[in-house]
Design a protein around this ligand. Structure first.
Ligand code: SF4
Ligand SMILES: [Zn+2]
Length: 428
């Protein structure tokens, strides 16, 4: 090291005693080393995800038929109402196409990769909702019968690269005629929540709109390395909430519970911390905790096959809800447990996925043991219709698995996440 190096503290070069400078120098050295290790771990995860994506079959879906339509129950303004979930066959998530997507997601399984869905294709799909012609089983369908309507595109509905403004304008302009529809829920990554797209919606539709945004975790290391979310700076979540509120829209945060590489207890703590941040730091109106489920061709599924991952325990959900309520003064928060509904699929089982089910359905969801899972799921459904944690507390400990879950929560891993990734994927 020579004296000309301005970064090198004087103590070392014999020009005086400046301990603070020495510490700062080593701090910077450590920071740089840490950044390199972080970048390397991210690269390992991304390479693994991309390798799995390369093996994903490219299926020839009809461009004019919806991916799926299902009906389930939803808690809205103190009442349990019918909700219809409409999944457009779409061009697929841009993050997925570019970087391999998130570690727990394989929604691209449901998009025709070699084809482009045009405005005319989307219009045809949407019109089949309005005239009810999409329905594959006996019976009729009227959008007006559903107070809550979800319109999903297996990606971001606010991203112009995935779906054009013209298409969004068309879909929302038709909704004004359906006065039975009280709330429309769409999904988007935070970076696409922008004035111009929201204005397109607001210019043609004045009803309640809620936008679900994948936050997953507010811990940067977990979000970037475990979820592979490609959102480095969490300030974008606050910006997205503020933008939505400016257009009188509601902001819903998706919090993924138990990404890969975390122990059960780490995942519980992360879901609590993240949910509290979503309400307090960013200003979300609602939080949906999404326990990891397994779709074919996802990295989470790959880890499960390797014996390196177990879906989260349902018992843990109780800890999470209590943890959130304990940390927030308000107890009547809009907190949902995602993925647990009595659903009726009206259309969409094209038989190309696991066990002849829809290609985007998971083949495994979070669970306890075979003796008590179904009972717990019934209590989750109850909770989702009341948001009252007592509905979860009522479940008696199961003699077969409760103590196993407690033991699982005691498992500690002394390695940091970077080391865990390196141990799994870094060695040739
Ligand atoms: S979770 Fe959302 S952002 Fe992530 S890959 Fe799936 S669709 Fe894309
Ligand atoms: Zn059990």
């Amino acid at each position: 090291m020579n004296d000309n190096n301005k970064d090198w503290p004087e103590l070392v070069s014999g020009r005086g005693s400046h301990l603070a400078e020495v510490k700062a120098y080593y701090g910077k050295y450590q920071d740089n080393k840490r950044k390199e290790e972080f970048a390397h771990a991210l690269q390992l995860v991304e390479e693994k995800i991309k390798a799995l994506r390369d093996k994903t079959p490219n299926l020839p879906y009809s461009k004019t038929k919806l991916a799926e339509v299902e009906i389930n129950k939803f808690f809205y303004e103190g009442e349990t109402v019918d909700r219809v979930m409409i999944v457009l066959r779409s061009n697929g998530c841009q993050h997925y196409k570019k970087n391999g997507g998130c570690s727990m997601c394989a929604h691209l399984n449901g998009s025709p990769l070699m084809d482009k869905i045009t405005h005319a294709n989307y219009v045809e799909q949407w019109n089949s909702v309005l005239d009810g012609s999409f329905i594959e089983k006996e019976g009729s369908f009227n959008l007006n019968d559903y107070p809550v309507v979800c319109i999903y595109n297996l990606g971001s509905l606010l991203n112009e690269e995935e779906i054009s403004k013209k298409t969004i304008e068309y879909i929302f302009s038709t909704l004004n005629e359906y006065k039975g529809v009280k709330k429309v829920i769409i999904e988007s990554r935070a970076e696409y929540v922008k004035d111009d797209m929201l204005k397109v919606i607001r210019d043609v539709y004045d009803g309640v709109v809620e936008v679900g945004i994948g936050v997953e975790s507010t811990d940067r290391t977990i979000r970037q390395l475990c979820h592979h979310k490609d959102i480095d700076d969490d300030r974008i979540f606050k910006t997205a909430c503020d933008t939505l509120h400016k257009f009188n829209m509601k902001a819903l945060a998706y919090v993924n519970f138990k990404p890969i590489f975390l122990t059960e207890q780490e995942a519980i703590s992360d879901a609590i911390y993240t949910s509290v941040n979503c309400f307090k730091k960013y200003g979300f109106d609602a939080v949906s905790i999404e326990p990891t489920s397994l779709q074919e061709n996802s990295l989470a599924n790959h880890m499960y096959i390797l014996g390196q991952y177990r879906v989260p325990w349902l018992w843990s959900l109780r800890d999470i809800i209590h943890g959130i309520y304990d940390r927030l003064e308000k107890q009547d928060l809009d907190i949902r447990l995602g993925g647990y509904f009595d659903e009726e699929v009206l259309s969409g089982s094209q038989g190309t996925g696991f066990g002849d089910r829809n290609e985007i359905f998971p083949h495994m969801t979070s669970s306890n043991c075979s003796h008590c899972t179904q009972n717990f799921v019934e209590h989750i459904k109850k909770f989702n219709m009341t948001y009252d944690v007592k509905d979860l507390d009522e479940v008696e400990p199961c003699k077969y698995c409760y103590s196993i879950w407690q033991d699982t929560k005691n498992i500690r891993d002394s390695r940091d996440i970077i080391q865990r990734i390196d141990d799994l994927f870094g060695r040739k």
